[in-house]
Design a protein around this ligand. Sequence first.
Ligand code: FAD
Length: 470
Amino acid sequence: ASGSDENDVVVIGGGPGGYVAAIKAAQLGLKTTCIEKRGALGGTCLNVGCIPSKALLHSSHMYHEAKTSFAKHGVKFDNLDIDVAAMMGQKDKAVSTLTKGIEGLFKKNKVTYVKGHGKFLSPSEVSVDTIDGANTVVKGKNIIIATGSDVKGLPGITIDEKRIVSSTGALALTEVPKKLVVIGAGYIGLEMGSVWGRLGSEVTVVEFAPDIVPSMDGEIRKQFQRSLEKQKMKFMLKTKVVAVDTSTDIVKLTLEPSAGGDQSVIEADVVLVSAGRTPFTSGLGLENIGVETDKIGRIPVDSKFSTSVKGVFAIGDVIPGPMLAHKAEEDGIACVEFIAGKEGHVDYDKVPGVCYTHPEVASVGKTEEQVKQLGIEYRVGKFPMLGNSRAKSIDDAEGLVKVITEKETDKVVGVHIMCSNAGELIHEAALALTYGASSEDIARTCHAHPTLSEAVKEAAMAAYDKAIHI
Ligand code: FAD
């Protein structure tokens, strides 16, 4: 019934891009419907991405801390053990509470929620096969495509989500694999490798490129890799997987140097394929409205998120830009603001990136490699967590803060942090970048003591003058 009268805005996809766009549109007074086929809101992020991975990262960190650090703090116990099913149960509860929370927000904001698969009939009509087996046509003056992304497979490797898993399977294993091979050293591979490594798996990460997470500042990346190696994660860089044999109890992977050369074989109980994600537009009927995708399947949009077809917009993982939940949300808000005739804005140079391992690695703005390449004269201020009293007091002082400024103006152009809670500390830097702050602005801002955030202040002091505590 909801679908038959015309909406101002129809959103296809209920992930962080789509559901945020729908709520914002309703808040701006637009009649809004959101179509989601999964049967639950929150998209990849909430159901099989950000949220369940952070739940497992936390649980596995607790176990690992109990095993390796509690005694040092004088906390003693016997018979430490892992109950994987209980761990998964806590993760599932977090996910279901949050997805239901979004349904509640839809009700509160009067967004109509249609559960089903949407397909364009025309630029203003979407046919929906609902999950209860019916069909309805939803009409809208403006339609936003927010269909997100899907796991990118590798040629010749069949994902069965049991022994050869994607991130989705890696979030739902029923026991701790003895040997886990991770293909791809990006954020997702390192996070999931950390989860199972902490719980006892021998983890080997195979990466085609010469470095782990190529987008990271080189100096931070080196320290990060060393830290993961200390946690017993093994890396085989410049290496490709050429064949996977699942015919016996143990999976055998044939490897070869990326540049070619002698082959070798490694064994695994479980293989995680985390070689990236690919935009998802399958079954959407883009051909019915004449929207084309680029070479890697993304939908090109202009600066107002409009596709080549008037009244049809696209946001989030399905368009170019970092494939991150918070970027999708920003896209969603700006897109709806444009539709409502207001101004919207997303600054893609200031989207923070966080790897939620331990320590966490977070960054915003440019890396040292990027400023060099741009020929910008720059200064660097660094501060090691070893000089931070809070980090020392909790015996968790691995890592550093690195602030990069433009030499002439002292304007902050990039901040890179490796330490526990780096993902929280980074927002002070994001704000600094957004407001064009100098390192002196950060350094002269009074920071509470004793906090990890003082390390950001000290690195900023070091960028324009000298730090105190080192
Ligand atoms: P999605 O979240 O993919 O949502 C799209 C939705 O559209 C899906 O629910 C899908 O079912 C629905 N849909 C698709 N086609 C149709 C159709 N035709 N009709 C109806 N519905 C349809 N990002 C972070 O920022 N931080 C993290 O910590 C983080 N961790 C991650 C961990 C993992 C393991 C993974 C896989 C991803 C992670 N990400 C993280 C990335 C993040 O999940 C995505 O960037 C984000 O979900 C993109 O949002 P979106 O709204 O564009 O698309």
